[in-house]
Write a protein that binds this ligand. Structure first.
Ligand code: GLV
Ligand code: MN
Ligand code: MN
Ligand code: MN
Length: 395
């Protein structure tokens, strides 16, 4: 079946009626439906499905074993996300298996399709949760204690769906089986004007939480001069983030989430949490974050508030494997090499195994939002390239 046909099968799963688009998060009904769909599709193709200790789902063509050729992506989304970021890579992997079956291809080494858990960090805040746990780059105790917006810990959420949070942790034997990893992904900006591009690098990227504390109070009776309103330094910090990014070469800084407590229209907040996402193609995000923090401290002090900074995740810059990129270039002659400022499981794996990415053109240039798109013909071109790359090393 075509990748687009497969995506159509899950078009109604996890729709977010309030925000628009999709909200597909770890340990929710939507995620469970998507896992069931993937398991069924894998079984139809004769693949053997297993879920690893970190909730990543692997579908094996041939017995699981060493030097495997692995492809896949994720099925979770950001809040109110599009239909392609993640699912396109999973659907394309299944479609590439169909393509290889139709070619009569018999893998000489194991081939697997993987679905990584909670790539977006949409529920528990840390991106690439499943691949980071697998590779040991996220501590399992820290992961178990991560909380969602309702205060539910990851351990509680996994237990509630019948999982075993005590099993979370590095999985070196499984990782050692992966000979190479290729992720097909929708392009997430305006950088690609041909159907398919080849991933070159991922920029450095981190997430920080700033928590401002003031004094909760009455919106009507509290004189302006008596207020310690944490929303004031929070607002100044949003503007400081834009200024700090503009001062640094090529950097991007975003505040996409801001939560006042208690969150009443007629209540001066007692505290405000905001999340800062910083990405830097040259150098590390540190100096941009320091710049924002200095402004946050100054604004907090002026309002009689305090501010605390917590780093939630940090990934260094990633360079994908040259040999794998060369194989992709042979599969898609003329495809441009493309850096990306989006995070991916392929970037986490790249520190451990040869990894690479194929990007499929996005005509809207919009991602992490419902307008994200890929044209059917471009997807077909990407799937053919993926099938060629998966087939080549096993011949
Ligand atoms: C994930 O897609 C990210 O780049 O935030
Ligand atoms: Mn994403
Ligand atoms: Mn993605
Ligand atoms: Mn009242």
């Amino acid at each position: 079946m075509s990748a687009v046909g497969l995506l159509r099968q899950i078009a109604d799963v996890g729709r977010d009626r309030a925000r628009g688009g999709y909200s597909r998060h770890l340990a929710t009904a939507a995620e469970s439906d998507l896992r069931d769909w993937f398991t069924e599709q894998a079984a139809r193709r004769g693949l053997d499905v297993e879920t690893d200790r970190n909730g990543n789902v692997w579908a094996w063509w041939g017995a699981p074993g060493d030097d495997a050729v692995v492809t896949g992506s994720h099925l979770d989304s950001v809040p109110g996300g599009g239909a392609f970021d993640g699912p396109l890579g999973v659907a394309s992997a299944l479609a590439a298996v169909d393509d290889l079956l139709a070619r009569g291809f018999a893998p000489a080494r194991p081939l697997a399709v993987v679905v990584f858990a909670e790539e977006e960090g949409g529920r528990f805040g840390v991106p690439c949760l499943g691949s980071r746990l697998l590779t040991g780059s996220l501590d399992a105790d820290r992961a178990r204690g991560l909380r969602d917006a309702d205060g539910v810990t990851l351990a509680e959420a996994l237990t509630a769906r019948g999982g075993d949070p005590s099993a979370l942790g590095p999985d070196p034997e499984r990782l050692a089986r992966v000979g190479r990893f290729v992720e097909l992904h929708v392009e997430q900006g305006r950088a690609l004007d041909v159907p398919v591009g080849i991933g070159s690098t991922i920029v450095a990227h981190g997430r920080w939480r700033l928590s401002f504390t003031g004094q909760g109070n009455h919106a009507g009776t509290t004189a302006l001069t008596d207020r310690r309103d944490p929303m004031i330094p929070a607002a100044a910090t949003v503007l400081a983030a834009r200024r700090a990014a503009a001062r640094a070469a090529d950097a991007r800084a975003t505040v996409g989430r801001l939560v006042p407590t208690p969150g009443g229209t007629n209540v001066i907040a007692s505290s405000v949490d905001l999340w800062l996402d910083v990405r830097t193609p040259s150098g590390e995000p540190g100096p941009v974050v320091e710049d924002v923090l200095a402004a946050a401290r100054e604004a907090a002090a002026a309002e009689g508030c305090t501010v605390e900074l917590v780093r939630e995740s940090l990934s260094g810059a990633v360079a994908f494997d040259d040999a794998l990129a060369a194989r992709m270039a042979a599969a898609v002659p003329g495809a441009p090499l493309l850096p990306t400022a989006a995070g991916h499981d392929a970037g986490v794996l790249a520190a451990h195994v040869p990894a690479g990415m194929l990007h499929v053109r996005n005509p809207t240039g919009v991602s992490h939002a419902p307008d994200e798109h890929a044209e059917d013909d471009d997807v077909e071109r990407g799937v053919r390239a993926l099938a060629d790359v998966l087939a080549e090393p096993a011949r």
